[in-house]
Design a protein around this ligand. Structure first.
Ligand SMILES: Nc1ncnc2c1ncn2[C@@H]1O[C@H](COP(=O)(O)OP(=O)(O)OP(=O)(O)O)[C@@H](O)[C@H]1O
Length: 476
């Protein structure tokens, strides 16, 4: 997937850092600026996909940035961060062309959602560019879907055929098996490749905003609708709309979606006229849509409409011969991203990976390798660095509560007796939720002194910093 860059503009270093960590964790590149002039320079230098700006800046304000972008880079969305309760400023920014606003104190989940939607819409608008990059990626890697196992060869053949048709495809398979990647390939190999591929996570849109997200809205149609807004259908016009986690659509929205698909037209909220849209619909879920229909959670008529062709993405354990190929690819990507020398797998680690079943599929493989890359010495991953199921099994099998190592008395300042180490459950790095919880508690115990928290946890500062970013565990 093409890496996207977000420019963060704020004069307060703490807020810049918080936003940076949040965005890095979303897999985005970040560039920062503390004033308007630096921001304008960085816009020209980095051509960001999105800008996020505070309103009050030492040499101007966020609206200066909005206006500049409107004039020189109209396809680059900009979101403004406004002071709590200052609705007027938000409206002014929206009128000037801001994509959206968030008010302080910044609600991070809301911000993440905003960024994701903005980047999707921005990708939709700057389509020609995006597509050619993706084509380039495909050309560089032969195909961006890796795997030579019989199961993958079959899948690739089917993708190729499906790309030539316009039929809706329902893609099913376990979480992390590559459903979105498959949908993207169907799009890229088809006639719609030059138009937008718009992925939407149906489970992530608040129900009250759903209609407006899908179909857009007219200015003034509801409180907060201060400008006309394009919907996902319109953004995907001539291209592909990928409805991920489609089983999570509420029933009321299912009716509207069915109608839009049937009519090939949508009516923005508050609008009087329907607009014709030409969109290919691909959908996916890790749930069983058949069960959802049987349970009355999913409309049968919509199910038939989406499930014209059903495509299964096999779990990684059914294509184990692809594991090492994927592993080498991910390690190369990690080393590039972290600007590190090449990371290798020891022969024993290769054997262990190849034999593991990966219940979390390709995404789990990627996560295991990211973690192992931070833990390994000499850029060589050993079996212990992988922390594969033995840890998980032992941790789940024995819910033993063991104390964490005490902080070293030789490091840190005034540590004796100050860092109270409560008895915490054993560190089980495979169970991400437990790991996150444990790290959070260690940070709280040490009043967010990361050096001390790392000592408490028995990990290096670098390892802890990586996890803080990964889990979004920042003080905000
Ligand atoms: N065959 C593959 N080659 C290269 N990368 C892959 C492959 N399959 C999956 N990936 C990578 O694994 C990660 C998970 O894939 P993806 O998001 O497509 O899975 P998914 O089935 O849609 O997951 P979910 O059910 O959680 O939405 C992505 O980073 C994707 O790029």
């Amino acid at each position: 997937m093409t890496e996207q860059t977000v420019l963060i503009i704020d004069d307060e270093p703490d807020i810049r850092e918080l936003l940076e960590i949040t965005l890095l964790r979303m897999g985005l590149n970040t560039v920062t600026a503390g004033d308007v002039q630096t921001a304008l320079d960085k816009i020209e230098q980095y051509q960001p996909n999105l800008c996020l700006t505070d309103m009050k800046l030492p040499d101007g304000n966020g609206i200066d940035i909005v206006r500049y972008l409107q004039k020189h880079h109209p396809h680059t969305p900009v979101a403004v961060i406004t002071a709590f309760g200052s609705m007027d400023t938000a409206v002014e920014a929206l009128k000037a062309g801001a994509y959206d606003f968030v008010s302080k104190p910044v609600d991070l989940p809301k911000l993440r959602e905003l960024i994701q939607t903005a980047l999707k819409l921005s990708a939709g608008k700057g389509r020609g560019q995006q597509t050619s990059n993706d084509d380039e990626n495909s050309a560089t890697h032969g195909s961006s879907i890796l795997g030579n196992s019989p199961a993958m060869q079959l899948l690739k053949g089917t993708i190729h055929k499906l790309a030539r048709s316009q039929a809706p495809v329902y893609i099913h398979g376990e979480s992390g098996s590559g459903k979105e990647l498959v949908a993207h390939q169907i799009h890229l190999q088809g006639s719609r490749a030059k138009a937008p591929f718009v992925p939407v996570n149906c489970g992530a849109i608040p129900e009250n905003l759903m209609e407006s997200e899908f179909f857009g809205h007219k200015k003034g149609s509801f409180t907060g609708a201060v400008v006309d807004k394009q919907g996902l259908f319109q953004a995907a016009h001539k291209g592909t709309l990928f409805l991920d986690e489609v089983a999570d659509l509420p029933l009321t929205m299912q009716v509207k979606l069915l109608r839009a698909i049937q009519e090939g037209a949508v009516k923005p909220v508050g609008g009087l006229e329907e607009m014709a849209v030409d969109v290919r619909i691909l959908s996916a879920t890790h749930k069983s849509l058949e069960h959802e229909v049987a349970a009355g959670h999913f409309r049968q008529d919509l199910y038939y409409r989406l499930n014209v062709i059903k495509l299964k993405v096999p779990p990684l354990r059914e294509r184990q011969e692809d594991i090492l190929l994927l592993a080498d690819f991910f390690l190369k990507k990690i080393a590039e991203r972290w600007q590190m020398p090449p990371i290798r797998l020891s022969p024993a680690a290769r054997d262990e990976l190849a034999a593991y079943e990966f219940p979390g599929n390709v995404r789990e493989l990627e996560n295991v390798l990211e973690r192992a890359s931070t833990l390994c010495d000499n850029n060589t991953i050993q079996p212990d660095d992988l922390q594969l199921p033995t840890m998980l099994e032992s941790a789940t099998a024995n819910a033993v509560v063991t104390p964490l190592p005490n902080p070293s008395p030789t490091r840190g300042e005034g540590q004796k007796g100050k860092v109270e180490v409560e008895v915490l459950p054993a560190w089980n790095p495979v169970d991400e939720e437990a790991e996150r919880d444990l790290i959070l508690r260690a940070l709280e115990q040490t009043r967010w002194n990361r050096t001390k928290a790392a000592e408490v946890l028995g990990m290096s500062f670098r390892q802890l910093r990586y996890r803080i970013q990964k889990y979004g565990l920042d003080e905000g």
